[in-house]
Design a protein around this ligand. Structure first.
Ligand code: ADP
Ligand code: MG
Length: 327
């Protein structure tokens, strides 16, 4: 079982940041409103994610660590209307095959917390009583300790932490309603407080994307035929302000999709200087049945049922906003 999981881990677990992404997504799927992330040595030594989500019942702890165990999809219909971030049941099994994974959890309805860890060649799960408020803590220690080839690909702590920081920024931009704390080597590096009012959202946006982006950004929002696009978009004149701010989300998932990027690029048209790419934080929302998120294992790409329609909608909303802003 361990070998199969290690092979699968190659797809899910590239580097510490990919572990952080999977674990955060699990916390969000569990309905957490507060997520604390502790990193030691760029994640090579420790990745600890603590949430206040729904928790995992004692008799489901062992199952959560096994491959293809997901509590999120039980029918084919589910798979088509999927709104949760995870659905393959691969992440925890993959991670526990290349690191020492400890899972501590308490659901609200259970009076005591339990801790599980997978051990030995057969990955037998050992359960011990623990102390923990309602929610879950995942600890990943010594990532790639048993796969030296993979460990060699890890960069400096600073670089790996930079990737983690980026993952947290991107996800924090998709969940304004969640409190985030990120620490590195015991020191708090980021804190994004839950933001419900638009003014608080602007504050988070500014903290994550920079004040230059905020100043140059145009707020857009449009809904038509079941498609909704909203977010912030920097005019061509401000595109140099934050060239690396290019975040797109589809139904709350961060995506780097060719079709989306193409539509955005086309809306900028000739106005964008050749060496700039624009800057944006844009959210597309549509009926989940209209999107297939199962295209890529890392879940960065989507396939739209009506690709042309989606493309033209995005292009038109942005092109119109641009016309209005510069006229
Ligand atoms: P997936 O997210 O694709 O279902 P994972 O391997 O990431 O698969 O997680 C396996 C299962 O463990 C999940 O389906 C969920 O039931 C449980 N789980 C993992 N992390 C958490 C968490 N932070 N809170 C509650 N349940 C969790
Ligand atoms: Mg998951």
């Amino acid at each position: 079982a361990r070998l199969a999981n290690q092979i699968a881990a190659g797809e899910v677990v590239e580097r510490p940041a990919s572990v952080v992404k999977e674990l955060i997504e699990n916390s969000l799927d569990a309905g957490a409103s507060r997520i604390e992330i502790d990193i030691e040595k760029g994640g090579a030594k420790l990745i600890r994610i603590r949430d206040n989500g729904q928790g995992i019942a004692k008799d489901e702890l062992a199952l959560a660590l096994s491959r293809h165990a997901t509590s999120k999809v039980s029918t084919l219909e589910d798979l088509e209307s999927i709104m949760s971030l995870g659905f393959r049941g691969e992440a925890l099994a993959s991670i526990s095959s290349v690191a020492r994974l400890t899972l501590t959890s308490k659901p609200a309805a259970q009076s005591e917390a339990w801790q599980a860890m997978a051990q030995g060649r057969d990955m037998d799960v050992k359960l011990v009583p623990a102390s923990h408020p309602t929610g879950t803590t995942l600890e990943v220690q010594d990532l790639f300790f048993n796969t030296p080839a993979r460990r060699k690909f890890m960069r400096t702590d600073k670089t790996e932490f930079g990737h983690i920081d980026e993952v947290v920024r991107r996800i924090a931009l998709s969940r304004f309603d969640v409190d985030w704390v990120l620490r590195h080597n015991g020191k708090q590096v980021r804190q994004y407080r839950a933001a419900r009012l638009p003014s608080q959202q602007d504050k988070r946006l500014s903290a994550i994307c920079g004040s230059a982006f905020m100043q140059a950004a145009l707020k857009v929002e449009c809904e038509h035929n079941g498609l909704r696009l909203w977010g912030w978009w920097v005019l061509p004149s401000g595109a140099r302000a934050q060239p690396d701010v290019q975040y797109t989300y589809v139904n709350g998932r961060m995506m780097r999709d060719k079709l989306l990027n193409h539509a955005i690029r086309q809306a900028y048209g000739e106005r964008l200087a050749p060496d700039t790419h624009g800057a944006f934080v844009l959210y597309l929302e549509l009926d989940p049945a209209e999107v297939d998120v199962n295209v890529h294992p890392a879940k960065h790409e989507v396939r739209f049922q009506q690709a042309r329609l989606v493309h033209d909608f995005i292009y038109q909303v942005l092109a119109q906003a641009l016309e209005q802003a510069i006229s």
